[in-house]
Design a protein around this ligand. Structure first.
Ligand SMILES: *Cc1c(COP(=O)(O)O)cnc(C)c1O
Length: 342
């Protein structure tokens, strides 16, 4: 490592910090340019960009991990690339090629190597790829030009001093997505639409809200901006299935780990809110926290507590330790999950 940065790794939170270089590629006249690393963290775009008015934008989130051997690795970046392509298809945006997406991740990590937190701190380098529709355009139609950009920030471990369960409340009067809407793709509009439901939950003392399916409001879909899973009393791993759920890469990784590493039966199916007492443990999963244990769920005037409001359940802990171990290189990964940054 050539450069040294003065960062208190053990006190990092999830907040923005300008790092040295970011990757930018521009799309115009039907093709992407070669892309480059730039120092400037400001984008100069037309005031008439579709991303500013009509929400024509999408994003991704993934992390780079430093291993015990001091190598740096990415966790399934090709899956983020493919998911971004599905987001682009949905919003009539041009797709950024999967190989170029993965290469951009590697270039940005390499160029900001000094910001990849040391092994053992639990901190990681968070990568934020995004695409926006830009150019002069006032009518509601796809933008004439696009920018793909990828920047990074070092972020702290989600749990400082051990995993702590948190409580959630069912969102009674806001859905995050419509039955045939954009819930299944990672687009900014879904997040803008979720801010008020999140605030309402936090104002009532909960970590976030849980969204039910927008059609019947009887089934669990998402836990804030994370996917849901539950462990039944007979040790089955169950996670909801629906087109309006954002397919979490963490969730699909946990499905594999539960089955192949922990020998559990796994099911993707309906999870009715009226049947949550079938679960002895429950959690929310996503890149940021890996797993957030769910202490309890408030539904109408009743708080349903799973394993405990203060302690993480043993199966949730095992799932977390296995995935975390794979991401940091301490547990053998399934073929194709780890991409080394050289
Ligand atoms: C990004 C996201 C997730 C988590 O996906 P991961 O690939 O596991 O990080 C879950 N739900 C929503 C709504 C998301 O936007």
């Amino acid at each position: 490592m050539t450069k040294e940065v003065n960062i208190d790794w053990s006190n990092l939170s999830f907040s923005y910090m300008k790092t040295d270089l970011r990757y930018i590629s521009k799309w115009k006249d039907g093709k992407w340019d070669d892309g480059q690393l730039v120092e400037d963290n400001k984008l100069s775009i037309s005031e008439a960009s579709t991303a500013l008015h009509y929400g024509q934008q999408c994003f991704e989130g993934l992390k780079a991990y430093r291993t015990k051997e001091n190598k740096i690795q990415l966790f399934r970046p090709d899956e983020n690339a493919k998911r971004m392509q599905r987001s682009c298809d949905t919003l009539l945006m041009p797709k950024f090629p999967v190989e170029r997406f993965v290469d951009a991740c590697k270039q940005v990590v390499k160029a900001n190597e000094a910001y990849v937190p040391p092994y053992g701190t639990g901190a990681t380098l968070y990568l934020r790829p995004f695409m926006i529709g830009v150019g002069d355009n006032v009518g509601v139609k796809p933008a004439p030009e696009y920018i793909f950009c990828l920047f990074c920030v070092p972020v702290g471990p989600y749990f400082k001093g051990g995993m702590t369960p948190v409580n959630f409340i069912i969102s009674e009067n806001f859905d995050r997505a419509a039955p045939y809407g954009t819930g299944g793709v990672k687009v900014g509009g879904n997040y803008a639409a979720s801010l008020v439901a999140h605030k309402n939950a936090v104002d009532k003392g909960f970590a976030d809200c849980i969204y039910l399916d927008p059609k019947t409001h009887t089934k669990i879909e998402e836990v804030g901006a994370a996917n849901f899973f539950g462990i039944t009393h007979d040790n089955k791993f169950i996670t909801p299935i629906s087109d309006s759920i954002l397919p979490s890469i963490t969730k699909y990784s946990l499905l594999h780990i539960a089955k192949e590493y922990l020998n559990m039966e796994t099911i993707e199916g309906d999870v009715y809110i009226d049947e949550i007492d079938q679960f002895k443990e429950a959690g929310a999963c996503g890149t940021a926290a890996v797993i957030t244990p769910i202490g309890g769920i408030q539904h109408k005037d009743k708080l349903h507590v799973f394993y405990s409001e203060t302690e993480v359940g043993p199966i949730t802990k095992k799932l977390y330790d296995t995935l975390y171990g794979i991401q940091f290189g301490d547990v053998k990964a399934p073929e194709g999950w780890i991409f080394e940054v050289e």
